[in-house]
Ligand binder design. Structure first.
Ligand SMILES: [Zn+2]
Length: 72
């Protein structure tokens, strides 16, 4: 069985949650600053995965503007 490590708390986990994240890299190459985006996968343990979603729920989503009827 493969052993994974939680990328958040470094706990050793055998059945991780895989979360896709965007990794931002900024480097300098030949004097030209480069910024690159790369999608990476991170592994999270149960606790951190739940924590992530908990945070996600606290972040206000873009509220859909409901069309209101003109009722005065
Ligand atoms: Zn964790």
């Amino acid at each position: 069985m493969r052993i994974y490590q939680c990328d958040s708390c470094n706990k050793v986990i055998s059945d991780p949650y895989t979360v896709k994240m965007k990794e931002f890299r900024i480097g300098i190459e030949i004097g030209i600053p480069l910024a690159s985006k790369k999608k990476i996968k991170i592994h999270l343990c149960d606790d951190c995965y739940k924590g992530l979603h908990l945070i996600g729920e606290l972040v206000p989503k873009n509220p859909k503007k409901e069309e209101r009827e003109n009722n005065g």
